[in-house]
Structures are given as structure tokens and as C-alpha cells.
Design a protein around this ligand. Structure first.
Ligand SMILES: NC(=O)c1ccc[n+]([C@@H]2O[C@H](COP(=O)([O-])OP(=O)(O)OC[C@H]3O[C@@H](n4cnc5c(N)ncnc54)[C@H](OP(=O)(O)O)[C@@H]3O)[C@@H](O)[C@H]2O)c1
Length: 340
């Protein structure tokens, strides 16, 4: 089978196309014939990072495909099931940039009827991160469902990003009033198409006033991509007992926040990392995302606020470069013909 591999970290030129044998799933594992590989910033960051723990790594955490072999002791999944994949390359070298991947059965999730592989490969890292960010409020729901965020407001910082897009869709599905921040008219259109009720442009000295006009009592949940730039603004607009879930270090490695204003509002500053958040958070996200899929709440494509940019498996290096350069929307790799 065709695999994209790297054995040294570095720029995207370390990726090469190789012929590898198809592995058998061990106990508790499944083998998936990959149709689409989804690319996230984490994939190029791992590839460019300090080093790898294996002789050779196949990149990309997210993907979609069809189960074609099941290991001993696996229940609830069978050959022929269409699945979405998350954390395929977490603590193992077998990502989705290859024709077949073997992974723990609980990282392959059955797709509801009628959901395309393009949607499926866009879920993983973005949707699971967004789910966690929306469920860490001191008095908020730990699970999402229609109505679970009724009466609550959510501020999504960076509403045209992949995580931001998933956060808007999940929050709207759960009944929240959603405010999204964006840096351009084009991104405003995308955030609106994703379902955001209010759009606020940044940078803008009047940003806090705009948000307070929309949510006079403050916003309950903030999904934050750039705490280094937005911490003070977040504290200004957060409601009493609100949560500020920060998941990225975009535009700065450190942040400072006003202390008195933070504790006076009982603010919960909550870090989120999809790799380490734990099994309970993963399983809650998997179940709720599956229900949202069933409800048709997580579409992709420009008309749904998430333009898709496609590459072939052989072009995986270019796909990584596209994500690294900040292309708007989702970067997907077509691994098999039925990709979408
Ligand atoms: N902790 C985790 O588990 C986890 C999970 C997923 C992703 N991440 C990290 O999260 C980041 C985003 O990932 P992604 O896939 O969503 O990337 P993306 O699709 O490139 O989105 C990033 C978004 O952030 C926006 N942004 C940047 N600075 C902003 C600011 N000051 N205020 C508001 N929005 C701002 C960008 O908009 P403009 O370009 O218009 O400014 C862009 O829309 C990456 O660093 C990634 O590594 C972490």
C-alpha cells in the first residue's frame, strides 16, 4: 500500500511516499481502509517538532474510511462500517496519510447514515476540541445536546478557523447564542454560514463595546484561540462564573490577565488539549458529535462556512504547507476514489 512517511523531523520535504505492507489489527484494534485524511496544525507541528519516538511515522491524526479488518475482542464495530477517525497517530506511528491504518477500536467511530467522508475527516481534532471547550463551564452542561446551552451565550474567538467553525456549529446545535470574531468580510461570511448569530470584527478598539451590546450581562463561554492577544478583552466581556477555554498559542506564547477582574467574576480559565484531556472527555465528545451528525448539524464546505481544499496522497507535503500557511477552512487529502 501507499504510505506517506517521515523518519526525521523538519520542513515538509521530510515527507516521502513509500510502499509499505498492510498491517494486521491486534487485540482491541481495527484496520481502516482510509478514504480521506484530514490535516490539522498539530500534524505539521509534530512533523516539524523536536523529534519522533519511532523509527518512522505516518502523519495525520484525523481521517475517514471503511473498516476492513477487526482484531480480537472488538465489539460494536464490523467489517464494512464507515467510520471517522481521531487521534490515529497519538502515541503510535500510524496516522491516516496511507491507504490502510490500524488503530485502537475506540478511535474509530461509526458514521451515521448519509454523512460524507469529507465531513467525517473534518471532525477529529477540531470538533473534539470545540466540544471540550464548550463543556468546561462551572455550572454548564458537561454534555451537549439540543437545548443544553439554551439561554447561554458563547463567544468564539476566530470564528473562521477549523476549531472555531466546529465550536459555532456545536454551540448553535446546543441552543446557544453565538458571537464570532473574525478579521475580514470574507471570514465574516464564513462564520455566518456556520451559524453564528452575531459577527464582531477584530482588531477593533470598540470590540468589547460591540460584544457587550450583544450580551449586556456578559458571555458565558469563550472559546479562545489567541489568549496572548485576547485575555484582557475576554475578562472584560465574560459573565460572572464564565469559562474561558483556551486551546492555542496563536500569536503569542504567554498571556497576562487582569487578576482582580478575573477573580471578581469567578472566571474559570480552562486549558484544553485534545491529547491529554482524558478518556471521559473523548467519549462524551464522540457520543455528542455523533448525535450532532445525525441531526445534520456539522456540514462542511464553503456554503457551511468551512471551505475545503483537497490534495492527493502524493501531495501530502503541500497539504501540510497549506495548513502551516493558514489557508482558511479545512485541508483534506483524497486517499481513495470514494472520498467525496
Ligand atoms: N489544544 C488543542 O487540543 C488544539 C486542538 C486543535 C487546534 N489547536 C491549535 O489551535 C490553533 C487553531 O487551529 P485551527 O485548526 O482552528 O486553525 P485555523 O483553521 O488556522 O484557525 C485559526 C484561526 O484563528 C484566528 N485568529 C488568530 N488570531 C486571532 C485573534 N487574535 N482573535 C481571534 N481570532 C484569531 C485566525 O483568523 P485570522 O487569520 O483571520 O486572524 C483563524 O481563523 C492552532 O494553533 C492549533 O495548533 C489546539
Amino acid at each position: 500500500m501507499k504510505s506517506i512517511v517521515y523518519s526525521d523531523t523538519g520542513d515538509s520535504s521530510v515527507l516521502s511516499l513509500a510502499e509499505r505492507s498492510i498491517a494486521e489489527p491486534g487485540p482491541g484494534e481495527v484496520r481502516v481502509r482510509v478514504t480521506v485524511s484530514g490535516v490539522n496544525p498539530t500534524d505539521w507541528k509534530a512533523r516539524a517538532g523536536a523529534g519522533i519516538a519511532f523509527d518512522e511515522v505516518v502523519p495525520n491524526q484525523d481521517g475517514a474510511g471503511i473498516i476492513d479488518a477487526v482484531g480480537e475482542g472488538v465489539s460494536g464495530l464490523g467489517v464494512g462500517d464507515r467510520v471517522w477517525i481521531f487521534l490515529a497517530a497519538h502515541e503510535r506511528p500510524t496516522g491516516t496519510a496511507q491507504e490502510y491504518t490500524v488503530l485502537p477500536a475506540d478511535r474509530a467511530v461509526p458514521l451515521p447514515e448519509g454523512i460524507g467522508f469529507d465531513v467525517a475527516a473534518s471532525l477529529g481534532v477540531p470538533a473534539m476540541t470545540a466540544h471540550r471547550a464548550l463543556t468546561v463551564h462551572e455550572f454548564g452542561p458537561v454534555r451537549l445536546a439540543p437545548g443544553s446551552l439554551d439561554g447561554r451565550s458563547v463567544l468564539v474567538q476566530g470564528g473562521a478557523g477549523a476549531v472555531g467553525h466546529a465550536a459555532i456549529q456545536l454551540a448553535v446545535w446546543a441552543g446557544a447564542t453565538v458571537i464570532a470574531t473574525v478579521s475580514s468580510d470574507a471570514k465574516a461570511e464564513l462564520a455566518r454560514a456556520a451559524g453564528a448569530h452575531h459577527i464582531v470584527r477584530y482588531p477593533d478598539p470598540a470590540e468589547a463595546d460591540r460584544i457587550r451590546e450583544i450580551a449586556p450581562d456578559g458571555v458565558d463561554h469563550i472559546v479562545e484561540v489567541s489568549p496572548a492577544q485576547n485575555a484582557a478583552l475576554d475578562v472584560e466581556v465574560i459573565a460572572n462564573h464564565g469559562s474561558i477555554a483556551y486551546y492555542a498559542n496563536n500569536n503569542g506564547e504567554e498571556f497576562t490577565a487582569p487578576i482582580v477582574a478575573s477573580f471578581a467574576k469567578n472566571v474559570r480559565w480552562q486549558g484544553v488539549l485534545v491529547y491529554t484531556e482524558g478518556e471521559a472527555a473523548h467519549q462524551a465528545a464522540v457520543k455528542d458529535i455523533t448525535e450532532a451528525l445525525r441531526d445534520g448539524a456539522l456540514p462542511v464546505g464553503e456554503e457551511a462556512g468551512l471551505p475545503l481544499t483537497w490534495f492527493s496522497l502524493e501531495e501530502t507535503a503541500a497539504a501540510h504547507d497549506a495548513v502551516e500557511s493558514g489557508v482558511t477552512g479545512k485541508v483534506l487529502i483524497r486517499v481513495a476514489d470514494e472520498a467525496a
